[in-house]
Ligand binder design. Structure first.
Ligand SMILES: C[S@@+](CC[C@H](N)C(=O)[O-])C[C@H]1O[C@@H](n2cnc3c(N)ncnc32)[C@H](O)[C@@H]1O
Length: 246
């Protein structure tokens, strides 16, 4: 991602204490205190310019959202977008979003076990060279960390334009014994699905006509039970229709 530096960005971030968190280690195990409620916490790892997480947070006031990235400029853009998204949704008072400056490699330093309900991985860097595969955010070493941080309702939602990263990631999830659902090799085949909030990268790739790969990973025990129940329901034979006597 190309970033144009601007003087004073860090100072501005330091002033935006309602949205921006520059010392996330201080909140490990205490994010509920920061949000002032015990609502579920959904995290986007590598939020970029923040379109996805700011839109979701404005749409869903009963979920707490955290967007993480490692560049000041991106957090700054995200903060601007959050203010705009809240205004557009007529909810300028919302406080359910935190934008965090941090390197995801050390994610276990900022969240306690079971503190998260959902991890979003959107268009993570593909790191094509074999010697860099360990840096992929869906490498088993990362996914093991996410599993520890997710609660009983925990899920991972992953989308990418990279076929190669998608293949790698499906194998990574499968190697860890995780269940996957709603796997698609073309999320936008019939237009943008109603549930889907597009990211900046996604909008660009869709415009170029590239397919978007997506899957959901069911991690927590309660999430798994719900998924099994949905499958069992779908498997039931259709009820015979009652024949009307003449
Ligand atoms: C390809 S961009 C995707 C941005 C956004 N999710 C989207 O779909 O538009 C990947 C983002 O992940 C961030 N990122 C990559 N590795 C990271 C790490 N270890 N810690 C924090 N952010 C990271 C990058 O800075 C970049 O903003």
């Amino acid at each position: 991602m190309r970033l144009r530096g601007r003087k004073g960005t860090r100072e501005e971030l330091e002033r935006q204490t309602d949205l921006v968190v520059l010392d996330p280690r201080a909140y490990k195990g205490r994010w509920a205190e920061r949000f002032g409620n015990a609502n579920p916490i959904h995290v986007e790892l590598g939020m970029g310019k923040g379109r996805f997480i700011t839109q979701l947070s404005a749409q869903n006031p009963d979920i707490n959202y955290i967007g993480i990235d490692m560049f000041d400029q991106l957090l700054h853009r995200g903060a601007d977008k959050a203010v705009k998204a809240r205004a557009e949704h007529g909810r300028p008072e919302l406080r359910n979003l935190a934008l965090v400056l941090f390197n995801i490699e050390h994610i276990e330093d900022i969240f306690a076990e079971g503190e998260l309900e959902r991890v979003y991985l959107n268009f993570s860097d593909p790191w094509p060279k074999k010697r860099h595969h360990r840096r992929r955010l869906t490498h088993p070493n990362f996914v093991r960390k996410y599993i520890r941080l997710l609660n009983a309702n925990g899920e991972i939602h992953f989308k990418t334009d990279s076929e190669m990263l998608f293949e790698f990631s499906l194998n990574s999830f499968a190697d860890l014994g995780l269940r996957m659902r709603n796997i698609t090799f073309s999320l936008h085949r019939d237009g943008n699905p109603a549930f889907n909030v597009m990211t900046e990268y996604e909008a660009k790739f869709v415009e170029q006509g590239k397919p978007i790969y997506r899957c959901e990973v069911v991690v927590g025990s309660a999430a798994l039970e719900r998924h099994e129940a949905v499958l069992a329901e779908a498997d039931k034979p259709a009820r015979p229709s009652i024949r009307q006597e003449a």
